[in-house]
Design a binder for this molecule. Structure first.
Ligand SMILES: O=C(O)CCC(=O)C(=O)O
Ligand SMILES: [Fe+2]
Length: 470
């Protein structure tokens, strides 16, 4: 992987903002391993947040009130006390970056000397150990059966979804077409980064929604706002595959709990609603190192609580899912990482709430198995994986309804994953933001516009919830 791709991969795995220099430094410390670097930076950021929570602000510590300074100089035991959280636990200066000469600090005789003052301040900076029980860290879990996937995630997995010959024909068609697909490019801070896989976008011409030119404009958002020509239409094999996939999605929708912000169908009768894909995005991962970093799919045209049907063809790769734990639950539980092997001819449905709660990725792997297509009998083995995500772009989120930012560019819609409604998805009340996206293409410069999405004021729907409440 080149440096730009490595940087992009690390940035996509980070939960907090970091400078490029810090990220490069972390990569160097971890032999260029993006996951290890991101893990390190996320852990450091968590520790920093914890330190701040428990220890008050740095300025407060460095400029203690005179009275407090006086009393802290009197006895060594008072050094252990924190103004916000008194504690009798012992100070462990050995873990500080500047170590005092002796492990027990006695400021009484030399309180005036500057080196001891530094030591005192540094010791004081260390908060006492927290007495709150820390939630257990959960090891990654491999979900190797559809039952396990359904139990642990908002996804379902469906094996051997297409007739075997159709799956292979579609694989060969899309591998051949993928020679023309592009690596996505966008601005990240002050440099252009490139996605570590090739991608393309299809609009379905013949289903009544994809026929509109309005939707064709939306295609360029698949490329992070880069201007593109009109999207391709579904090839014949993809149309065939889509019919099988829609049948499975609708079967699942009938069995599932529906969420208030889900689309209820044009006539508002959710029980009669039939899910139809009107666009599809395709990705080609050629070899073990092609990948996509952790992300949740943009909702600009999908709207909240979308259903995305993701077809895997070719060599088996791992789909990695990790929940974003809401801020208010951070101290009580850790997110678990789930690894789902995606074999040839399998469908993974990311059901409503998956994009609000989880991020997903296809991580680079040290090795992969070669795929040996069963059709035609003499087909050569392949190291490629083709992914097609069939999506429904909602009429109430059509491009003409997308707010524009101060740069005059259509915004993107993102869920506020860290501050999800305490009522849970069933209760509604989740927040979404329209944000400026111009920076992805405009030398990294945008207008920082940020606006809460308001379903009612923006006249969106009908949704499952709006129909129930009538
Ligand atoms: O390749 C996959 O299975 C996932 C692709 C993906 O996350 C995306 O296209 O948004
Ligand atoms: Fe995705």
């Amino acid at each position: 992987m080149d440096t730009d791709t490595l940087l992009a991969t690390v940035f996509s795995l980070l939960s907090d903002a970091h400078s490029q220099e810090t990220v490069l430094d972390a990569l160097l410390r971890h032999d260029g391993d993006p996951e290890a670097a991101a893990h390190f930076l996320n852990r450091e950021a968590r520790r920093e947040r914890k330190r701040k929570r428990e220890g008050g602000s740095l300025a407060e510590w460095l400029e203690p009130k005179k009275a407090k300074q006086k009393s802290s100089a009197k006895t060594s035991s008072s050094l252990n006390a924190s103004p916000t959280k008194p504690s009798s636990s012992s100070v462990r200066p050995s873990s500080l970056s500047v170590k005092p000469s002796s492990s027990s600090i006695r400021p009484s005789s030399s309180a005036g000397s500057s080196s001891t003052k530094t030591a005192v301040k540094l010791v004081t900076l260390r908060p006492p150990p927290s007495t709150a029980p820390t939630p257990p860290r959960l090891p990654p879990l491999t979900l190797s059966t559809p039952e396990l996937v359904a139990t642990h995630t908002p996804c379902t997995q469906h094996l051997s979804i297409l007739p075997p010959s159709l799956a292979c024909t579609l694989f060969h068609t899309l591998v051949a077409a993928s020679a023309e697909w592009k690596r996505n490019k966008w601005w990240l801070f002050d440099r252009v980064v490139e996605s570590p896989h090739r991608t393309t976008f299809f609009a379905r011409k013949n289903d009544g929604v994809g026929g509109s030119d309005d939707w064709q404009e939306a295609a360029q958002f698949w490329y992070n706002g880069r201007a593109t020509g009109p999207p391709e239409v579904f090839p014949a094999e993809m149309e065939d595959a889509c019919t099988y996939i829609e049948a499975v999605v609708n079967d699942q929708l009938r069995q599932r709990q529906r969420f208030p912000l889900e689309w209820a169908g044009t006539d508002g009768d959710a029980s009669e609603y039939v899910w139809r894909a009107n666009v599809a995005a395709a990705n080609c991962y050629e070899g073990a190192k092609d990948s996509v970093g952790f992300h949740s799919d943009q909702m600009t045209y999908l709207g909240p609580y979308c259903t995305i049907a993701s077809l895997s063809l070719g060599t088996t790769r791992t789909f990695r899912l990790r929940e974003v734990v809401p801020t208010q639950e951070k101290d009580t539980r850790h997110a678990q990482t789930f690894n789902i092997p995606l074999p040839h001819n399998s469908l993974t449905i990311m059901h409503a709430s998956c994009q609000e709660r989880f991020k997903h990725s296809i991580p680079p792997q040290p090795t992969i198995d070669l795929f040996r297509p069963a059709f035609p009998p003499d087909a050569p083995p392949s190291n490629a994986r083709i992914n097609v995500t069939f999506r429904f772009y909602r009429p109430d989120f059509a491009p003409s309804s997308t707010p524009k930012c101060k740069c005059g560019v259509p915004c993107i819609l993102r869920p506020d994953m860290k501050n999800r409604s305490v009522l849970g998805a069933e209760g509604g009340g989740d927040k979404y933001w329209w944000t400026c996206y111009a920076g992805a293409q405009n030398d990294g410069k945008g207008c920082n516009m940020w606006m809460v999405m308001d379903m009612e004021k923006e006249c969106r729907g009908p949704t499952v919830g709006s129909m129930k409440s009538e």
